[in-house]
Write a protein that binds this ligand. Structure first.
Ligand code: NAG
Ligand code: NAG
Ligand code: NAG
Length: 447
């Protein structure tokens, strides 16, 4: 019996030991789990903190998204090492819908090769000597008609599908008319043949009717693609040389910008149309992008030089008629280059015209002024001071136009706060006085 008892005790002891070991193991495991949990919580906290930090720092970009600048990655790459410290942080703008190729998110860069078929640069080089295409829809009366040639010709790059953008430009900043005696403003839209005609089956009828109704469509017989924008540039310049040779000044830009035509006219006030002038958001010392995944990728066999010449961001720029005519022949001597802004920079370099940078041209969107963080960037008092702002949606363009032309608009109380970041305005007093009674004056007389 005692043996049995001791055995029992032994077994009990064993059980107890086992229990302890088990407990220890459980506890040990629990310790591991606890440790992992603590680490996970710490990690989450760190991630959260970073997110919050990014939100605080990126508040300008979120306000910029108010301006419809969600597709901003491309232009930044075009800048890369450009000399725009203030804007290298803001992701500049791509001319959005007119370009067929999508920007591949930078996160995918390096990991994967482009998901889209890469652009065939060899084919481009083979075909680039074919650079003369027919004008299918002309506006021969655009520069006749009026007593004298237009003072300002507004040329807007468009695609057939972007009817709504043309309409809003026609009704807002692109409105034709006469601002002051002798200051006539005329508008044309520059188009090619849509590549995907099945998605817009009646495109040719649409353009024919638009041309009839508004007399502002210029259509050429090349495919309207991103890499053919250079053809649009050269053909437009040739059209100016042949059909609008006496135009005084030209604004050329995208349809998704807001343009303060009054400010441009004021800037041009003491400029000679017979002298060289090229003003815009000038990008200097930009390097060609050599990363294949970029929309702006340019292989070395297409452009071997390490830097691009100075060029104007495509959102919009102003040139004199004289410069446009000189460019039209200079550009014929320059080899076609797939990025139109850079190509025009090459033509400028050839004729020795130095493009001027002007603070009023914001073709890369507006960074929120650090001096006035309370100020929303979609603020008419802000826009009033600028000339060209990329990139706005159709309703935003209409709304900005309406706000700026509201007689009740009053900005005076803010001038002190907004003046900080904008150094260019020399004649602000006059400008403000001019615009204060803008609502009462029939400034644009549509003909
Ligand atoms: C053209 O557009 C149609 C309709 O939007 C679409 O189904 C088709 O895939 C497009 N084709 C090409 C080549 O992009
Ligand atoms: C430019 O347009 C021409 C004529 O339509 C076309 O053959 C060519 O493929 C287009 N080039 C690019 C790069 O889209
Ligand atoms: C520009 O127009 C002038 C006069 O009509 C003409 O002689 C010249 O060849 C034209 N230049 C170009 C590049 O078309």
């Amino acid at each position: 019996i005692s043996i049995v008892k001791t055995k029992k005790r032994e077994i009990l002891n064993l059980f107890c030991n086992l229990k302890v070991v088990m407990m220890r193991r459980v506890l040990h495991v629990k310790g591991d789990v606890m440790c992992t949990l603590v680490l996970l919580v710490a990690l989450c906290f760190l991630l959260y903190a970073r997110q919050v930090k990014r939100k605080i720092h990126g508040s300008t970009s979120s306000s910029r998204s108010l301006l419809g600048s969600s597709s901003h990655t491309g232009r930044k790459e075009a800048l890369q090492a450009g000399t725009k410290p203030s804007q290298s942080k803001s992701s500049p703008q791509i001319r959005s819908r007119s370009r067929k190729k999508k920007v591949i998110p930078t996160a995918a860069a390096g990991k994967r090769l482009p998901t889209l078929p890469p652009f065939d640069f060899e084919r481009y080089l083979r075909e680039k000597d074919k650079r003369s295409f027919n004008l299918l829809i002309d506006q021969p009366e655009k520069c006749r008609g009026a007593v004298s040639a237009p003072y300002l010709l507004i040329a807007v790059k468009s695609t057939a599908a972007d009817f709504d953008k043309r309409q809003v430009v026609r009704r807002t900043w692109g409105r034709e008319g006469t601002l002051h005696p002798g200051r006539s403003v005329r508008t044309v839209f520059l188009l090619g043949i849509p590549r995907n005609r099945s998605s817009l089956p009646l495109w040719d009828r649409l353009l024919a009717y638009e041309s009839q109704a508004f007399q502002d469509v210029l259509l050429w017989d090349f495919e309207d693609t991103f890499f053919n924008l250079t053809l649009k540039e050269t053909h437009f310049l040739e059209w100016v040389n042949s059909s609008c040779p006496h135009v005084k000044f030209i604004f050329k830009g995208d349809a998704d910008v807001y343009v303060n035509v009054e400010n441009i006219l004021e800037m041009l006030q003491d400029r000679e149309p017979g002298k060289d002038l090229f003003v815009g958001d000038i990008i200097m010392n930009a390097k060609p992008i050599r990363r294949r995944t970029s929309k702006y990728y340019i292989p070395e066999f297409v452009y071997g030089v390490g830097l691009y010449p100075s060029y104007a961001g495509g959102g919009g720029f102003v040139m004199s008629g004289h410069t446009a005519r000189r460019l039209s022949s200079a550009c014929q001597q320059v080899e076609l280059f797939p990025i139109d802004d850079v190509f025009l920079g090459m033509c400028l370099q050839l004729i020795g015209v130095k493009p001027l940078r002007h603070q009023g041209f914001r073709t890369f969107g507006i960074p929120r002024p650090s001096a006035a963080p309370h100020l929303q960037t979609f603020d008419p008092c802000f826009y009033r001071e600028l000339m060209v702002v990329h990139s706005l949606s159709v309703p935003q363009i209409w709304l900005m136009w309406s706000l700026l032309h509201d007689p009740k608009l009053s900005c005076h109380y803010r001038t002190g706060q907004t003046s900080g970041p904008f150094k260019w305005r020399g004649r602000v007093g006059e400008l403000a006085a001019d615009e204060a009674d803008y609502g009462e004056k029939p400034v644009f007389l549509t003909h």
